[in-house]
Design a protein around this ligand. Structure first.
Ligand code: F6R
Length: 609
């Protein structure tokens, strides 16, 4: 979703803004713009399409001199992608500039009110009402004005604001959309939607809370609540390096992140294993509390939701706790049935997904205990959930999630094992055995990654596929869902996943000569059933690629093409089964000449509903 960068210091702002926006490209955007204050007036430039255009048209920022500025990459919500709708937006005499991420939900009402008072709008965006509203309330005091505007607007926002009356100042405000403040060491400060934008300049950041306002000059950063009382804030240090957010020799972030999975899994697992047993210190739940859990809701969106689907099978089997899995966008409008024994697990890479955050808040409103499985340290979900398990996958830049998915699975395994052990369902011996097998996963994934050429070759045969079906039963159904999402989101080939037993209830009518069906057979006890399902589609003309392990010669006999995964404990096969499917999706998209890291219409962090 939209990216924001702001700078105030002694260097030329425009090149820093352009550089920061480039680091936020992964969030997805369709246009970009910057505004710089040169001491007398604010000048701006906006361009449709890639940042390259803005860069070229401003000669790398040289046409906009000044040491204070704000920049934005826009992912259209209200109004088509166009220069007119690109940010920054201004009041009529261009003395106030605004960049915004989020959605102002009452913008129509506010726009009517402002138009009634003679304000003229230049764009179709919700953001422009903020610029005019700031003008409407402006009384010479920037903080006072911003606080008044915040009282009037509903919805979500991260705002970067400049007033030409306040030289060398950038202001920021946020509610439910991410925004961090970077504290530079040499008389400069920054605002940004995400860390990579400013990591080149500083590792010291403040995380703004909802309904806070920040005022930045070259030598100060101050935070205020909505009543304009100054709030103290702790400076945090970013521990990871910029190289973690760069391609490091890979053609695409997605491939790099696929290859980072063994390390990411190790980083997620190792700190939580002691003496061959699972020990999750940060869980903050006593054994008694764990024993009292009688229902778990697993909540997430997209890929994160798919790990919840997988977790249901594992938790129910290992810990004997009933699990309900729900899409955050559905859960947030439900009236969930819950009691003191209900645990709500919210799963999110970014920790900022609007629906997941809203679901978390709904759960908290119901007085439920909440646990976040989150990758982005310091994100809203991490801060608001009662307990957090960080997945330690490192920055995930490609829109299509891979290493975040793999580490979320590990977090589920660790939790399910812990809960099963505490509740007496998992013995010491089983715990030791499963931990040992879990520790083998990184090396097994490394092995699977070595067969990438084989998968690439196969993918090249299906570059023109019209639609692809993914089938599985039990945990393999969860992997099928994720494999299908990976393929459709980056290759634009229609694909869908089915629980294989459902085939006969409708989907089989879609199978025709040559249709590619990807069948997952990693659950030993379900293999015979899956073989029957494969036969059903093959007899209707489908071509079946099976993902299985070497113990099943009957699969090889039936499927036209087989990919093998190493043997592991039945609960962990999803961690291996997904690897060939990620590579398959990647190579199909590459073969079709697509921008794998930035698929059309998608944003990395979905901070609006
Ligand atoms: C797909 C993908 C998305 C995200 C979803 C949730 O590859 O990345 O489906 O999984 O938008 O995002 P987070 O995990 O940040 O809440």
């Amino acid at each position: 979703m939209c990216g924001i960068v702001g700078y105030v210091g002694s260097h030329q702002a425009a090149p820093i803004l352009l550089d920061g926006l480039a680091k936020l490209e992964y969030r997805g955007y369709d246009s970009a713009g910057i505004a710089v204050f040169d001491g007398k007036k604010i000048t701006s430039h906006k361009a449709l399409g890639k940042l390259k255009v803005l860069n070229e048209e401003t000669h790398g920022g040289a046409t906009l001199p000044g040491t204070c500025g704000i920049g934005h990459t826009r992912w259209a919500t209200h109004g088509v992608p166009s220069v007119r709708n690109a940010h920054p937006h201004f009041n009529s005499d261009e003395t106030i500039a605004v960049v915004h991420n989020g959605i102002i939900e009452n913008y129509i009402k506010l726009r009517k009110m402002l138009e009634g008072k003679g304000y003229q709008f230049q764009s179709d965006t919700d953001t422009e009402v903020v610029a005019h509203l700031l003008d409407y309330y402006y009384d010479g005091n920037a903080l006072h004005t911003i606080a008044k505007v915040i009282e009037r607007v509903e919805g979500s926002y991260a705002l970067g604001i400049m007033f030409s009356d306040h030289p060398h100042h950038v202001f920021a405000a946020r509610k439910d959309s991410p925004l961090i403040i970077g504290a530079g060491e040499n008389g400069e400060n920054f605002i940004a939607s995400d860390v990579p934008a400013i990591l080149k300049y500083t590792r010291n950041v403040y995380y703004m809370d909802s309904l806070e306002i920040a005022s930045l000059s070259p030598d100060h950063v101050r935070f205020y609540n909505i009543d304009l009382e100054e709030v103290p804030k702790e400076l945090k240090t970013i521990e990871w390096d910029l190289s973690a957010a760069e391609k490091g020799g890979y053609d695409y972030f997605m491939l790099k992140e696929i290859y980072e999975q063994p390390k990411a899994i190790r980083d997620c697992m190792s700190p939580r294993i002691r003496d061959g047993k699972v020990a999750i210190e940060e869980l903050g739940m006593t054994d008694e509390e764990i024993r009292r859990i009688d229902r778990i809701y697993m909540i997430g969106c997209g890929t994160a939701y798919h790990t919840g689907v997988m977790a249901k099978y594992i938790f129910e089997d290992l810990a004997r706790i009933p699990v309900e899995v729900d899409l955050a966008s559905e859960f947030r409008y439900r009236n969930p049935i819950c009691n003191a024994g209900t645990l709500v697990v919210v799963i999110s890479q970014s920790g900022e997904t609007a629906d997941t955050l809203a679901a978390l808040r709904l759960a908290k409103d119901h007085g439920l205990k909440t646990l976040g499985i989150v990758n982005a340290v310091g994100s809203s979900i991490a801060r608001e959930a009662d307990h957090v398990i960080y997945t330690y996958a490192g920055p995930e830049i490609a829109v299509a999630s891979t290493k975040a998915y793999s580490t979320q699975l590990i977090a589920h395994y660790l939790l399910a094992l812990k809960f099963g052990y505490v509740r007496g369902m998992v013995s010491d011996e089983q715990m030791g055995d499963m931990v040992r097998q879990m520790e083998e996963l990184p090396a097994q994934i490394d092995l699977l990654l070595q067969s990438k050429e084989k998968i690439q070759k196969f993918a090249n045969r299906y570059l023109a596929a019209k639609d692809v079906f993914f089938l599985g039963r039990g945990q393999d159904y969860a992997t099928a869902l994720e494999g299908s999402l990976k393929l459709k989101e980056i290759s634009y080939i229609f694909s869908d996943a089915y629980a294989a037993g459902e085939l006969k209830h409708g989907p089989i009518s879609l199978i025709e000569e040559g249709t590619l069906v990807v069948a997952l057979l990693t659950q030993d006890e379900l293999v015979p059933k899956m073989v029957s399902n494969m036969q059903e589609v093959i007899s209707r003309g489908a071509f079946v690629m099976a993902v299985t392990n070497v113990d099943h010669p009957e699969v090889e006999k039936t499927a036209q093409y087989c990919l093998y995964i190493p043997k592991t404990c039945r609960y962990f096969t999803g961690s291996l089964g997904i690897i060939p499917l990620q590579l398959f999706a990647y190579y199909i998209a590459i073969g079709r000449g697509l921008d794998v890291d930035k698929p059309r219409n998608l944003a990395k962090s979905v901070t609006v509903e």
